[in-house]
Design a protein around this ligand. Structure first.
Ligand code: FES
Length: 289
């Protein structure tokens, strides 16, 4: 059983709802679906959900209107968008409203489960993670972060450069840093978090000397990238999002690396490895030891 969080899927395409329900239920998630934002609002007026996955383009009431309603009436609900156009422009409004993450259409079961796992972690672990990490950042680092925030304060479009520079200092963007930036720039932690989730060059966890990214997009998935992923997890003895004990390798999954013709694809640091299979893994990893 995954956990007891309640998830609501909102889309105007019944096939998307059915697919999400089937995939998430098979992993033990407590999930329901509803056709369109209007029905979702009626349902959420009656009962709360921990996570809502919503399409953006829907007739009658669109996804942005639903997100605004949730933010006002059910602010504790985490929001993930499902979109066929995950470009900066099309989801700009959603990012500004503070979504946790997005699922691109068409999506593979692996991508949906990966995004769900991270969204559930976020919903369940917000407060304790911040508290624990607060004690771990040295004061000099916090001072430097504040200096950067003050430099950009009141300037439009400052979130991304501030996040980039802070990641340069800390190495990653833990919740304590995201919260500090949000406060300093007079925005919400959810908005900062959604920017960090959306851009793959931001990371919320420390990375190893060599960062391995495995593509879970459709082209790679149908060419059995999961077998490659499982081999790497087994050989390095880490799960996705973790770093090896010697800090040499970290492992991440991504939704498409833009090299679908080479599927299945793995990238280590800046090097792309196409047509991957589990047998190739040991020799490639050895080059980085
Ligand atoms: S789906 Fe893997 S590179 Fe595009």
């Amino acid at each position: 059983m995954a956990d007891d969080l309640k998830i609501l899927i909102v889309d105007d395409e019944p096939i998307i709802i059915r697919s999400c329900e089937a995939i998430l239920k098979s992993e033990g998630y407590n999930v329901e679906g509803t056709l369109g934002a209007k029905k979702a609002i009626l349902r959420m007026e009656q009962q709360p959900y921990d996570l809502v996955f919503t399409d953006l383009k829907m007739p009658e009431v669109d996804g942005i209107t639903l997100i605004r309603w949730i933010k006002q009436k059910r602010p504790d609900t985490g929001i993930v968008i499902i979109t066929g156009y995950p470009s900066q422009d099309t989801i700009k409004d959603a990012l500004e409203l503070g979504i946790i993450d997005y699922v691109p259409k068409p999506f593979t079961p692996a991508v949906l489960l990966d995004v769900t796992r991270r969204a559930v972690e976020w919903v369940k672990g917000k407060a304790p993670v911040v508290k624990k990490e607060k004690e771990e950042l040295p004061p000099s680092m916090l001072q430097e972060i504040d200096r950067i925030i003050n430099q950009y304060k009141n300037k439009p479009g400052s979130s991304i450069p501030v996040l980039q520079r802070c990641q340069g200092i800390v190495g990653y963007l833990p919740p304590v840093v995201q919260k500090r930036i949000a406060k300093g720039l007079n925005t919400t932690p959810a908005e900062i978090h959604s920017i960090v989730s959306f851009y793959s060059f931001f990371t919320m966890k420390p990375r190893g000397d060599h960062n391995i990214r495995i593509c879970l997009g459709t082209a790679c998935y149908v060419k059995r990238v999961e077998e490659v992923l499982n081999k790497i997890k087994g050989d390095l003895k880490i799960a996705v999002g973790e770093v090896t004990e010697d800090k040499k390798f970290s492992l991440e999954t991504v939704r498409c690396l833009g090299a679908c013709g080479l599927a299945p694809v793995m990238v280590i640091d800046e090097e792309t490895y196409g047509a991957m299979n589990p047998k190739k893994v040991p020799d490639i990893i050895e080059k980085y030891r």
